[in-house]
Design a protein. Structure first.
Length: 462
């Protein structure tokens, strides 16, 4: 018998967890640098992002690590949670991967940063490993394509994906005199509904979309791109293989953010500079009826599950979901963005074969069903999608899974994170009133040319 691992929030904020023979012990994070070359190949480190006080992923990993070390005597696993805002996580993780002394052996990677980390040499190709892995055939083709670098080499095991849409609090709608069955057809419909909530004097903010640099990639993807891809324009044109500048859709997207602030439809500007705003919105404001409309990702309902960060037993009855409409209701009528996370093996991993054995355990059918359910995420695999437990785990899983058929994906280029940062800077200037949407778009166009080269940009007439 191996002693069970009991993990809730026991790992110190600056600590990591070592699991060996099924037993766990918390250790200071400073030991990562200190153990350096003394660590042998039998110790595997898993680095992952911990979102604020939520330890959902950490608890799941501890369970997998317990089983893995129990069946692999002499092997230990160290869990390294990196508690940081999105942009800071990428930086801290890259610092760990850059040094053989501190490098993890397995990293939970956001597809957003994947191509950049590949280009920087932080991650190694794993084609030979996946070719001999039977489960690889169960992954959706689109998921497997997203795992490759520009040369077609696999670097990434995609384990969870997502879509985005609108959540609305039915209790807030009731108090504001609005119908509780709602599907906006245009951006105007959203703004006008938010204005009704604003004017109802019920202590609730009308709407919220992530905006600005403090919110990192969340602002780019859940915010700006959810608007832009509902216009006739996009960030990148795959037909011409050029980035897009000068588009009316870009200006209109910025203008919709400006409208939210000018008309008091959303939170005050100062709140958007809080890097911890996501926690407050998802775990407090929306569940407690302080917010009517939230544009966010398919996974957030896991926060409201029993035993999670913000338990909300009645959320299936209290929350409605709607698709994000196109700007003026143009065909196909709605839009969504899809991203996801998965496992990678860094270049400086001590034992790539044992690292992949651990990844295979993390990706077993049973463990993957557990993870998708506990994390509130969508699957990247056919076998998981057919699992009855997965298909019934959430009232919204079918709604968000159906969106995958027509989802847009972020441009898969190493430069995208820099383009995303430029988007966030552009939103900031509009949010604080330094620039009009037209002026901010012009600034972005110049920055885009600086980042990707004028020969890689097509300019449209707004």
């Amino acid at each position: 018998m191996h002693p069970p691992v009991t993990v809730t929030s026991e790992i110190p904020r600056r600590g990591f967890l070592r699991v060996a023979g099924g037993a766990a012990v918390a250790l200071p994070l400073g030991m990562l640098a200190g153990c350096g070359t003394e660590r042998d190949a039998s110790t595997l480190r898993i680095a992952f992002q911990q979102f604020g006080s939520d330890t959902n992923l950490q608890r799941w990993l501890a369970g997998v690590a317990e089983a893995f070390t129990a069946k692999n005597p002499g092997t230990s696993v160290e869990l390294v949670p990196i508690v940081a805002a999105t942009n800071d996580y990428f930086t801290k993780n890259e610092l760990l991967m850059a040094s053989p002394r501190s490098c993890p052996d397995v990293v939970f990677e956001d597809s957003f940063i994947l191509q950049s980390d590949i280009a920087a040499g932080y991650l190694q190709p794993i084609d030979d490993l996946v070719e001999a892995w039977e489960a690889w055939e169960t992954f959706y083709p689109a998921s497997k394509e997203a795992a490759k670098d520009p040369e077609g080499r696999v670097h990434f095991i995609p384990t969870e994906t997502d879509t985005r849409g609108i959540y609305y609090n039915k209790r807030v709608f009731e108090k504001a005199g609005l119908p509780t069955e709602w599907q906006p057809r245009t951006w105007d419909d959203i703004a006008e509904t938010a204005a009704v909530i604003r004017d109802a004097n019920i202590g609730a903010t009308g709407m919220f979309m992530f905006c600005g640099k403090a919110q990192g990639e969340t602002a780019s993807m859940q915010g700006f791109e959810m608007l832009l891809y509902g216009t006739k324009d996009t960030l990148y044109n795959p037909d011409t293989q050029k980035w897009v500048a000068g588009s009316q859709g870009f200006i209109d997207s910025l203008a919709f953010f400006k409208r939210q602030f000018d008309e008091g439809l959303t939170l005050p500007v100062a709140r958007h500079f809080d890097p911890n705003l996501m926690d407050a919105v998802q775990a407090t404001m929306f569940p407690e009826g302080e917010l009517g409309i939230l544009v966010d990702g398919s996974w957030i309902s896991f926060l409201w599950a029993e035993g999670s960060l913000a338990p909300w037993p009645t959320w299936p009855e209290d929350v409605g979901v709607a698709a994000m409409p196109t700007q003026h209701g143009e065909t196909p009528g709605s839009t969504t963005l899809s991203g996801g996370w998965g496992w990678t093996i860094p270049t400086h991993a001590r034992d790539r074969d044992m690292s992949f054995e651990l990844i295979k355990d993390l990706c077993s059918l049973e463990k993957q069903v557990q993870r998708n359910i506990s994390g509130g995420t969508l699957t990247t695999r056919r076998d998981v999608a057919m699992n009855e437990e997965y298909r019934s785990y959430s009232p919204t899983v079918g709604f968000f899974t159906d969106m995958l058929e027509s989802a847009y994906y972020r441009p898969a280029f190493a430069v995208y994170p820099e383009v995303s940062t430029a988007l966030q800077d552009t939103m900031d200037t509009v949010m604080v009133g330094d620039k009009t949407p037209e002026q901010a778009a012009k600034w972005y166009d110049a920055k885009l040319i600086e980042l990707v080269g004028e020969e890689n940009v097509e300019t449209r007439k707004a």
